[in-house]
Structures are given as C-alpha cells and as structure tokens.
Ligand binder design. Structure first.
Ligand SMILES: [Zn+2]
Length: 312
C-alpha cells in the first residue's frame, strides 16, 4: 500500500494584507513527518519508481512525500528538514517557469489576491471584461468556494468559472504588471535550475507539466505537448530519466483515463492526482491518489489555527 502526502507553500509567515496564500510552516511540516512515521515506512521516489508494483501489492504501508509547483521556499525550508531526517521527497516542476521565464497563472492570482482586496479585484474585473455575476451565479459561487468569504467566492467564481481563459489571462497579466516586478517574482518564487539539478541527482524531481493548466479539458495534442515538453526539458537539464508527473489541479476535469494513458505513452511510470485516498493493488500507477497536508495527522487544525491567527 502507498500513502502519498502533498504540499505546496511552506514558509514561516503567511501574513499578508489580504491572506490568500495558505500552506504549512516548517515546524508543522516537521511535526507532520513525525506523525506520518507512525503510519508506515517512508519510501524514496527512486525506490518507488523501481518497485511500484510490489509497493502497491504489499501489506506494508509505504509513505511518499511530494511537493507541487517547484517553489523556492520548498528548497529553502523543506529540503533541509528532509535532509536532517534522511528523507527524500518528489518535487514537481512546471517547465514554463524556466523555458519561457513566465510565472504560472495560478501563482499570479495567489499573489495578486494577497495585495488587492476581493472587492477591488471584482470591481476592476467587471469594468475590464464588461461582465457581472447574476444573483443566481452569486449563490453558486458561495457553494463552489464554500471555504471563502462572500466577496472572495464571487471574484474567484467570476475569474475561474465564468470568464473565458483568454480574457482571464489578459486581465490578470495587466493587473499583475501594475503590482509586481515579474522578473523579481520569478527569481524569488521558483527554484533555480541549479537547485532543480541538485534534487534530480537522487531522483527527487518530477514534472508538473509545462504550463499548469487542467489537462483533462485540453485537446489531445495539448495534453501530449504539456506532458512531453516538461519531461524533455527536465531530462535535458538534469541528465537523468524522469519517471513521475503530478497533474495540475489533479482532480475533477483536470484528470482522466485519457490523460493517464497519454502520460504513460509519453514515458511516465507514475502519475499523481489530488484525489484523497490510499493506493493499493488495484490502483493505476498513472492515477495515484494523494492526500493534501490538511487531510493528514498533524495537519489541518494546527495549520488553520496559525494561518487564522496571523490573518487577524
Ligand atoms: Zn500546482
């Protein structure tokens, strides 16, 4: 059996003008690793790629640690903790951040929402796109983003659900340039190529596709190019074969049997979703479940508690 835990942001301080970036503190991460230790034995990415079938069939529980998005803070804070415990993890990288030197859209939105209020962003968006939410949509927004306050839910719904992707991109790019220096963000937010190379030496790098878009709703040729471009880039950079991919967003319409089949064709051995659950003998190695850190022991309450108190 295989249990996979997944992380994104890891930093000491999550305070912001408008808190919109959530994750785990290094201390909470260390505590969660201790809790996970009681659930089974940690497995390195290398050992898993070589013995996936045996691991899934085994009665013993193996635990894999993963990180999405290739963030520099993961290298700064998680890697030293892992090293001190002689553990390894899989870090999934988007190649657009390196090949095109572009910030992923999802991170632009997180950063923008940390400096601009939801109300202001909503008003700007309505003025820019000449589109507004009907009352029935506002109700849907509340259900869709049930953990968000009313104005956050509405701006996220308008942005992510109602607006065509191209308009969303145009708006976010424009607003982002007004608030941030893109090159500086790029350098501070993502691991450098040297950092990626050092993690790849012992098999700790995987692909998070090229540009962090939901693969399941793309035409086949885009699924293929997203999976291939990132694999090819990382293999050229690191001079090691790449076995694993984590699918951006990782659930709902972002993954499918088709996506998994194309990942396999592209040469991946392991594919990771964000669907919670353990993996056993019946699991498809290209559609593995992963628990979010919040779902696991030592997770949710501690993190939510610290984030909430910092927000006040
Ligand atoms: Zn991601």
């Amino acid at each position: 059996m295989l249990t996979v835990s997944n992380y994104h942001y890891i930093r000491d301080d999550f305070s912001a003008r408008y808190p919109s970036i959530f994750g785990i503190t290094p201390d909470a991460f260390r505590n969660q690793l201790s809790a996970l230790k009681n659930m089974g034995s940690f497995i390195s990415p290398h050992a898993l790629a070589d013995n996936a079938e045996e691991v899934l069939l085994s009665d013993k529980n193996f635990i894999l640690i993963t990180f999405d998005d290739g963030l520099k803070e993961q290298y700064q804070f998680a890697v030293p903790i892992l090293k001190s415990l002689q553990l390894q993890a899989l870090f999934f990288i988007n190649s657009i951040n390196h090949i095109e030197k572009k910030i992923s859209q999802v991170h632009k939105i997180h950063l923008l929402r940390s400096v601009v209020s939801s109300k202001e962003l909503y008003a700007d968006l309505v003025a820019f796109a000449k589109i507004d939410l009907a009352d029935s949509d506002k109700e849907k927004a509340q259900h869709f983003y049930r953990f968000d306050d009313k104005s956050s839910a509405e701006v996220k719904y308008l942005l992510n659900v109602i607006l065509p992707t191209a308009v969303q991109k145009e708006f976010i790019d424009l607003k982002f340039r007004q608030e941030f220096d893109e090159n500086q963000v790029l350098e501070n937010l993502y691991m450098s190529e040297d950092e990626i190379k050092s993690l790849a030496k012992n098999g700790q790098i995987g692909s998070h596709t090229h540009s962090h878009i939901p693969l399941g709703i793309q035409p086949e040729e885009i699924m293929y190019s997203e999976l291939h471009t990132s694999k090819n880039y990382l293999e050229q950079l690191c001079q090691v074969p790449l076995h694993s991919v984590s699918y951006p967003y990782g659930s709902g319409n972002a993954v499918s049997e088709k996506v998994a089949a194309i990942a396999k064709e592209t040469g991946y051995k392991l594919g990771f979703t964000t669907l919670p659950g353990n993996n056993t003998s019946g699991s498809n190695p290209l559609l593995l479940n992963r628990f979010d850190t919040n779902d696991l022991p030592g997770g949710k309450n501690e993190i939510m508690g610290s984030v909430n108190s910092e927000a006040k």
